[in-house]
Design a protein around this ligand. Sequence first.
Ligand code: I6G
Length: 676
Amino acid sequence: MDAPPETIERARFLRQQIDRYNYHYYVLDDPLIPDSDFDRLLRELQLLEEKYPGLVTSDSPTQRVGAAPLAAFGEIQHRLPMLSLGNALDDRELEEFDRRVRERLEIGGQVVYAAEPKLDGLAISLRYEAGILVQAATRGDGMRGEDVTQNVRTITSVPLRLLENGWPDVLEVRCEVYMPTAGFEEFNKSALEKGEKTLANPRNAAAGSLRQLDPKITAQRPLAIFCYGFGLLSGGDLAPTHSAAIRLLPKWGLPVSPELQCVEGLTGCRDYFQQLAKRRFELGYEIDGIVFKVDDMRQQRSLGFVARHPRWAIARKFPPQEKTTRLLAIDVQVGRTGAITPVARLEPVNVAGVTVTNATLHNAEEIRRKDIRVGDRVILRRAGDVIPQIVRVVHGESDSRAPAFEMPAQCPECGSDLVRDGDGVVLRCSGGLFCPAQRKEAIKHFASRRALDIEGLGDKLVDQLVEKGVVESPADLYRNLTPEILAGLERMGEKSAANLCDALETSKDTTLARFLFALGIREVGETTAHSLAQYFGNLKDLMNASMEDLLVVPDVGPVVSQHIHTFFRQTHNLEVIAELKSAGVRWKDMEVPRADQQPLAGKTLVLTGTLSRPRAEIKEQLQLLGAKVSGSVSGKTDYVIAGADAGSKLEKAKKLGVVVVDEAALESLIQSGVLP
Ligand code: I6G
C-alpha cells in the first residue's frame, strides 16, 4: 500500500527533525529537546515506516540497527593508507620532532600546529558518497581493514546522511570511536549487578563493541566518535590548513573535538599539553596523549611520510594508566552499610603519577570471573579519581598458583554471619552497629565534611575512639568527648583536643539536609537528603511519611523510599536521633514553599572557576532556593556563575548566549533570591 502524500511529507519532516536534533545533541553538545520528546519523534517515524514499508530509506534514523548478524567481517582495502602516528614520550622527544620539522621545512620562525587530544579508542575510516554513509572500516594493518559498516551505523553520533551542502562527492573521514567514561562506568555497574562480564577499559570497550558480529549488541553500547582527519577526497584538500578543513565537518553533522586549537611552536605545544594534562580526567572520555599536526597543508605535503607515520604529526603521550604489579594478598573490608568488599593489596607501583598499593575487587564473582589469585602478576589500571582496578591476570609466569580465593562466611570484624543482598551479588555483615567496622564507618560518615563537618575528627581518631569503646554512636561524640579524654589519646595534644571540642560545638548548628545525609540512611546521598529536607521542611513529617508519601519526593524511587521508611521504624535509630537532639544538634525547620514558588524553581545553574567559598556550600544554598545545580553548560542552562580563572565552561556559556554572572551577583542572588 502506498503512503498518502501527507504521510510521505510527515515522514520526511520527522527524518529532518530527528537529524537536526541529533546534530544539536552530538555535534554541538547542546540538546534542543528532552530525550523523551526525541524518543517520541523516532517512535512516530518507526510506526509510519512499519505501516508503509515503502517509506523506508537506508539513511532513515530508524535504520541504524537493521542488519542481521554476520558470520565474519568482510575486508576493505583503504584507498589511501590509514597511517599511525609516531610517539613522543617526553618533552625532549617533542622538541626533537619540532626541530626536525623546522629543519626539513627550512624555516627560521615558528611552525603553527593544530593540537587536539588523542582519544583512547579505535580508529576507523568513514566513507560518504554523495553525502550518504556507504562504508566504515577499521585501520587493520593500515592497508586493509575490516568492514564494520553495519556496526558503525548504530553509533548515533555518526550521521547516516551529511547535513547541508558543500561536501565533496567522495568524503573519507578518519575518526576515533570511543566510549565516554560515564557510559563505560554505567555499563560496568550494570554488568556487575547482573553478574555479567565487565569491560576492561574504555578502549577495549570501544574496540570490543565495534567488533561484534551482531550489530544489535553494538547498538546497546554507548559509543561516540570524533573526526580528526581525512582519507580520499574528491576535489582535493578542503582548505589550506588542516584546522580549517576539520572545522568544516561539524556543519555536515560530523562531530570533532571541542578541544581542537592552533598553537605556535614548541612553547605553544608544551603549554597546550600541560593545560590538557590538568583537565585530562574531566573531559568525559579517556585520552592517552595529545596529537600535534603541522597545520599548513602545503607544509604537510612537503614533509611527507616515513615508513607508516606522517612526518608532520606526532602523538605526545601521557604516562600510561595501566601497569603490571604483583598481588600480595586479598583482604575483605566492611563498609558503612555492612557491604563486604574484597580489596587487593599490591606491590606498590606508580600509575600515572600516583603510587598505588590497593585496588578494589568489587565482589567474589568478579574475582572468580577474572580468576585472580594471590601471587599473580596483574595489570592494574587507574583512571583519574576512580579507585584503581585490576584489569586482568598476566598468565604464563609460573605453573603453580595459589588456590582460588574464598569469601569468609563470617564478618572478619565482628564474627556475625554474612548474608546475601536481594540481588545475590553483594554480601553484607548482619551485625549492624554491633559490628565495630560498621560503627567506625557510620561515625566517620557522620563527621565528614558534607555531613556534620566535624573538623579534626579524622579516620584514625575515630578508629581509636571506637576501639577504646569511648564512642559507640554519633551521639557519644557530643556526650563523651571531653578535653581530658581526648588529650589522653595517641597523637592528640592539648591544643588539638581543645580545637576538636570547639569543632564539635560548632557542628551542632547544622541544616536538616546535612543531618539527614549524616544519618547514613542507605541510598540517601547528598542530593536525596536535600530533596527530602526541601520537601518536608522538618524531621517530624519526614519520619512519619508513608512509603507512598516518600515516592512523591523528587529523586526518591521505590528502593530509596523503602530504605527511608525502614530506617525511621528502627527503635535504635530513633534513639540516636533523640540523643543527638538532646546533645544540642539543631537546625532551622523550613517553611515549605510550594516547589513552583521557590525563587529559583525550574532554573539550572552552573558554577565554574575559583569561588571564594566551597562549592558544596554554595550548591546547597542554591538548591534551597529551588535551583538545579548542574556540572555542565548546555542550552538548558539559565545562569553560569563564573569565579576567577573560569575556562571552557565560561567560553561555552558565552557561545550559547547563557547569562554569566560573577560572585558578587551570586551572593546577592542567595540573599534575595533575585539576580541584580
Ligand atoms: O590515530 C590517530 C588519532 C588521532 C591519528 C590522528 C589523530 O589525530 C588527532 N592523526 C593522524 C594523522 C593519524 N592517526 C595518522
